[in-house]
Design a protein around this ligand. Structure first.
Ligand SMILES: CC(C)=CCC/C(C)=C/CC/C(C)=C/CC/C(C)=C/COP(=O)(O)OP(=O)(O)O
Ligand SMILES: O=P(O)(O)OC[C@@H](O)CO
Ligand SMILES: [Mg+2]
Length: 252
């Protein structure tokens, strides 16, 4: 597997060291003001978050994105764009989850947006992280916007089929997405099953609200977890999740 850029190398190093990766998702549409963002970002950074993901589905303008990236510049962990569309590309970020929505019925989310974005990404020198995006279970806003046929929570075989397809197409990560604010996360059983039958690095997000569930998902094989809503609603709990993840060492 060719690890190209700085951010990819940083993430792979954490994986090689058995360090669970925590992504703090900052949804520009949910940021009240710059001061509160700076305070929240500082707490997350001090707690040891691995990187910031910046992205949202609704109400996200390039201006909002850039103002958030300017605040996050103060923290020496990667700023990675989590794109819902091609308007969310900024030279102020370090990298972009260059993702294809694998279970979308709309070709725009499978290959259309990616083709429209690729030359811009190259021109501004943004590091692409090749990622398969798979919406599972509840799906939330992302499933609606991305017109996805969600993989049911209790169908790990189907998830493995997508994981192997992504792996065989050379993607480096597979993001199992239950949807922002999902009532339930992707099941640890699904994570375990996918980890057993495929090699691709798993990112899991959607509805992760407790340290216990975070640890379960990491132990089941998730290399990275994403939390968004819990940062917006209960920063102390988000910090407990980060600390619980740091206590989980996996022997690779
Ligand atoms: C590679 C490029 C430039 C584009 C990819 C375009 C794709 C594949 C998009 C996937 C479909 C999609 C709508 C993804 C959404 C990802 C995302 C930012 C989810 C977070 O959603 P929230 O904004 O937190 O949802 P709520 O508003 O419900 O909290
Ligand atoms: O906001 P939450 O529920 O943490 O989900 C994070 C991310 O998976 C959303 O796309
Ligand atoms: Mg959200």
């Amino acid at each position: 597997m060719r690890i190209k850029g700085k951010t990819a190398k940083y993430l792979q190093k954490l994986i090689d060291e058995g360090q669970p990766i925590h992504f703090s998702l900052i949804d520009p549409d949910k940021v009240k003001d710059i001061q509160s963002l700076s305070k929240v970002a500082s707490s997350l950074f001090k707690a040891g978050t691995s990187a910031f993901l910046i992205g949202g589905t609704l109400g996200v303008s390039k201006e909002k994105l850039d103002s958030i990236l300017s605040v996050l510049q103060d923290f020496s962990v990667p700023k990675i764009i989590f794109p819902s569309n091609i308007n969310l590309i900024s030279e102020k970020a370090d990298a972009i989850l260059f993702m294809s929505l694998l279970n979308s019925d709309d070709l725009y989310y499978v290959i259309g947006a990616q083709v429209s974005a690729s030359i811009i990404v190259k021109t501004i020198g943004l590091e692409p992280i090749p990622t398969g995006y798979l919406i599972v279970g509840h799906g939330g806003t992302a499933a609606h916007i991305g017109r996805a046929r969600v993989v049911p929570y209790d169908n790990p075989e189907l998830a493995v089929a997508y994981a192997l397809a992504a792996e065989y197409m050379g993607m480096e990560y597979l993001y199992l997405e239950a949807g922002s604010g999902a009532p339930d996360t992707v099941r640890p059983e699904m994570v375990k099953f996918v980890s057993k039958y495929s090699e691709i690095n798993l990112i899991v997000g959607g509805g992760i609200r407790t340290p216990e569930r975070a640890v379960e998902l990491v132990k089941a094989g998730a290399k990275a977890l994403v939390t968004g809503n819990v940062i917006e609603t209960d920063i102390e709990r988000a910090i407990k999740i980060i600390e619980a993840m740091q206590r989980v060492y996996r022997i690779e």
